[in-house]
Design a protein around this ligand. Sequence first.
Ligand code: FES
Length: 353
Amino acid sequence: MSSQDTPEENLPAERAADEHGAVRVADEKDPFADPGLPPHEHRIQDIDERAAKRSERAVAFLFTLSMLATIGFIAAFVAIPKDEIVYIFPLGHISGLNFALGMTLGLALFCIGAGAVHWARTLMSDVEITDERHPIAAEPEVKAKVLADFKEGAQESGLGRRKLIRNTMFGALTLVPLSGIVLLRDLGPLPEDKLRHTLWSKGKLLVNMNTNEPLRPADVVVGSLTFAMPEGLEEHDHDFQNEIAKAALMIVRLQPDDIKDKQELAWSYEGIVAYSKICTHVGCPISLYEQQTHHVLCPCHQSTFDLSDGARVIFGPAGHALPQLRIGVNDEGYLEALSDFEEPVGPAFWERG
Ligand code: FES
């Protein structure tokens, strides 16, 4: 790489000279010869220190503006309510928070980019260079030269000399990542033990999911598969879908003599057993029941559970039996829960006692 001040000097040796050493400059006889670079024109900042100072202040102003915009982003994120709607012409009614976040983050990034470009165009080294052709594999000397050029470039950029630019740029670059950190708030509160509990508790009636009516033992006939949810859960409830998913039950009536597991028998009512409808593999809803074998099948990956034997897994990838809900009948003859599930429902990766 070399610097040039005149057209002749601009020509690299291998391209400027033919095999006899004669320089080929474009003319009427040889219009395809290398014309070289035009004379170099110095920038105003290179010859006028006051102009250089003006550019320096402009760059510092842009970086400072970026810092203020980032602070504005954080302030907007904390201060503006999520559900506040504002009218912005010509956008119409939009979320005030989204508008403020977009504008401030956009301004912060734009100012960093504009400051860097203005700095490079007006104050960094203005030497014109020519990239000479050479073999692709770099020689050790070339690598050493690249390193030297890099150091020279760093020195010529004035990073060490122009402290105002350096400090404001570092300030802007340091503050911008904070925008990402405050967004962590949107991950929401920790679930804590909510994943371990459902809406079932002692005395909650079992309500038929199809009819929305409380179930009596007579409603559950042999051979049928009934889905139930806790009483008092309305569709407009907040988190309705989540709560349904966790609390959904499937209810089956077996002959008490067919029940092999003692705990299952103790937790049932006259052969009626209630199990979580959520597969313990990855949480699909179970929906297929085979009356003769008392097996239920998960349609997602074919895990099969034996309802006559504690809903243990007899086939498929599920790693745990379905959780059973203890049920009984209240004074009015309706099926009710006697407690919440004794273990977490759903995928088997939850800790279980
Ligand atoms: S989710 Fe049921 S078997 Fe995979």
